[in-house]
Design a protein around this ligand. Structure first.
Ligand SMILES: Cc1ncc(COP(=O)(O)O)c(C=O)c1O
Length: 319
C-alpha cells in the first residue's frame, strides 16, 4: 500500500516492542494472539507538547496514563507485565530515540501475545508508537455532533472504566454512524437514556454559567482530560457539577465541548442540527482551552507534576 507523503508514519524512526526498538515495519504480533482475536488488549493514548521557547517536549500526565493502563490490565486479569517504572522508561526512551521537536501522540498497548484461548493471561507484550500529531482545526471551529442510536456499554458487561480494545466496538459503531450521516462526532447515551460520552472522549456542557459533566458511573472512561478540566475549573472559581445529564439538556445547553487526549477540548457547535448557544464556540469553552494549553505546554507554573520533560532530567525540572 502506498503511504501518502504527509503520513506521520514517515517521521517515525523506530517503535518499541517489549522494550526493544525496531523499525515500524518490523513490529509484528502473532496472528494467534488472544490480544488480536479476543481483544485481550488494553491501551493508552498520550500526548506530548513541544515548547519552542524552552526547547522541550512535555508528556502530559504520563504517570496517570500509566496508572490507568495498570488498572485496565488488572480489570482484564492480565498475567505478569512490566512495572510502571519500566513502562515509563520505555516510553521516554521511545520518544528520545525519535528525537521529536513537535507535538506528538503516543499509543501504548499491552496485550496477550503469541498463542492462547479467550482466558489466556500470558505472555503480556507491550508496544509503544510515538508520532507527530498536530492540533486539529476543530479546536477552533468546533464540530457538529449527533446523539447516537447506539447505547453505551455497561459496567457489568464490558466495563468502559477499562481502556480496553474490546470497548471500541461500541465506539466504532457510534463513530461510523455519525460520520456516515455527515456529523463530526457522536454522543452516546447509557441504557437508561442519560448522556454518557463520545466514542473517544467525554462530554461537558454549560447551563447558566455552570459546567456540567456526567459522573464516572455513567459508563465513561475515567478521562484524564476530564479530571484536568474539573481541577482547572475549580482553581479558576468556575462552578462545576458532576451529575446525570438528560438528553434534552443537550438541546438547551449554552455551550458543549468534547474532551480527551486526542481531541483536547473540541467545541460542539450543534447537536442533531440544533445549534448550541449561538452556534459558535462558547466563552467558558474558550477560557478552558486557554488554561489547558498553558498547562500542557508548560507555560503556566502550576501542576508541574502533570508534565514530564522528555529531554531534560525530571529532577532538575521539578526543583
Ligand atoms: C471512550 C473514551 N472516553 C474518554 C476518553 C478521554 O480520556 P483521556 O482524557 O484520558 O484521554 C477517551 C480517550 O482516551 C476515550 O477513548
Amino acid at each position: 500500500m502506498k503511504i501518502p507523503a504527509d503520513d506521520p508514519r514517515l517521521k517515525i524512526k523506530s517503535v518499541t516492542i517489549n522494550g526493544e526498538r525496531m523499525p515500524f515495519e518490523d513490529a509484528k504480533i502473532s496472528i494467534m494472539a488472544p490480544g488480536l482475536t479476543f481483544a485481550a488488549n488494553v491501551f493508552e493514548g498520550l500526548r506530548a507538547y513541544w515548547n519552542e521557547e524552552k526547547q522541550e517536549l512535555f508528556v502530559f500526565r504520563m504517570d496517570d496514563h500509566l496508572k490507568r493502563l495498570l488498572d485496565s490490565m488488572k480489570l482484564l486479569r492480565f498475567g505478569e507485565h512490566p512495572s510502571i517504572d519500566i513502562l515509563r522508561e520505555h516510553l521516554l526512551e521511545d520518544i528520545r530515540a525519535n528525537g521529536y521537536k513537535e507535538d506528538i501522540y503516543i499509543r501504548l498497548q499491552a496485550f496477550v501475545d503469541e498463542w492462547g484461548n479467550m482466558t489466556a493471561k500470558d505472555p503480556v507484550s507491550t508496544s509503544i508508537v510515538s508520532y507527530p500529531r498536530p492540533r486539529t482545526d476543530a479546536f477552533l471551529t468546533g464540530r457538529n455532533f449527533a446523539v447516537s442510536s447506539w447505547r453505551r456499554l455497561d459496567d457489568n458487561a464490558s466495563p468502559p472504566r477499562a481502556k480496553a480494545a474490546g470497548n471500541y466496538v461500541n465506539s466504532r459503531l457510534a463513530g461510523m454512524e455519525a460520520k456516515e450521516s455527515g456529523y463530526g462526532g457522536a454522543i452516546i447515551l447509557t441504557a437508561a437514556g442519560k448522556v454518557s460520552e463520545g466514542p473517544g472522549g467525554c462530554i461537558f456542557l454549560t447551563r447558566n454559567g455552570v459546567l456540567i459533566t456526567p459522573g464516572v458511573t455513567s459508563g465513561i472512561l475515567e478521562s484524564i482530560t476530564r479530571d484536568s478540566i474539573l481541577r482547572m475549573a475549580a482553581e479558576a472559581g468556575q462552578g462545576a457539577e458532576t451529575r446525570d445529564v438528560d438528553r434534552t439538556e443537550l438541546y438547551i445547553a449554552d455551550e458543549i465541548f468534547y474532551c480527551g487526549t486526542g481531541q483536547e477540548i473540541t467545541p460542539i457547535v450543534s447537536v442533531d442540527r440544533v445549534p448550541v448557544g449561538d452556534g459558535m464556540p462558547g466563552k467558558i469553552t474558550k477560557a478552558l482551552q486557554a488554561l489547558y494549553d498553558n498547562q500542557v505546554r508548560d507555560i503556566a507554573p502550576e501542576h508541574q507534576d502533570w508534565r514530564t520533560p522528555v529531554y531534560r532530567n525530571q529532577e532538575d525540572y521539578l526543583t
